[in-house]
Design a binder for this molecule. Structure first.
Ligand SMILES: [Zn+2]
Length: 177
């Protein structure tokens, strides 16, 4: 069984900054991370796959938005005074979780597609584990740490926590598709 996750590009494409090639590499890097989670026997899936810019998704499949920077925040559109993270933010709500990653945050990283994948996985942890700041201390460090970089690695605890929730129904906010 395949774990499908969805990525929505709401950022501005430009030559040398962000475009189709980058989206493909980010999706592939993120798939590698979820594939590692799928290798655990506690994960109900065998492998993962990603889809960019779906026109509609089941509201229970993981969905991560990519926006230019904090000033383009979607979270702030539904919660105007929400504090925002440096690389991304996740708003947890029973009406649908909303995760966003800031493309600009990875611009100076020597491996920006991998950095964006790492940021997306970090927000996915907040989203699926329904944890706010407490994730940073309780998520097994690695990709759950408060600050992550392109060379951050999945830890066994990261994988165990995520393997336990991939099969759960966790409503997502699809209103910005
Ligand atoms: Zn965080």
């Amino acid at each position: 069984m395949t774990y499908d996750f969805y990525l929505k590009d709401s950022a501005t494409s430009g030559p040398g900054t962000w475009g189709e090639g980058d989206r493909y590499v980010v999706g592939t890097e993120l798939k590698l991370l979820f594939d590692e989670v799928c290798q655990l026997s506690s994960c109900p899936f065998d492998i993962s796959d990603f889809w960019w810019d779906p026109t509609s998704v089941s509201t229970t499949s993981l969905l991560i938005y990519f926006v230019d920077d904090q000033s383009s925040s979607l979270v702030r559109q539904i919660k105007p005074n929400s504090p925002l993270g440096g690389g991304g933010t996740t708003h947890i709500s029973s009406a649908g979780n909303l995760s966003e990653v800031y493309v600009s945050a990875a611009a100076s990283d020597e491996n920006s597609p991998r950095a964006l994948a790492v940021l997306a996985f970090h927000e996915a942890m907040h989203n699926l584990l329904k944890k706010g700041q407490s994730l940073h201390a309780s998520g097994g460090m690695g990709l759950a740490a408060e600050t992550v970089f392109s060379n951050s690695r999945l830890t066994q605890k990261n994988k165990e926590l995520m393997a336990a929730v991939t099969g759960k129904t966790i409503p997502q906010n699809t209103s910005f598709l």
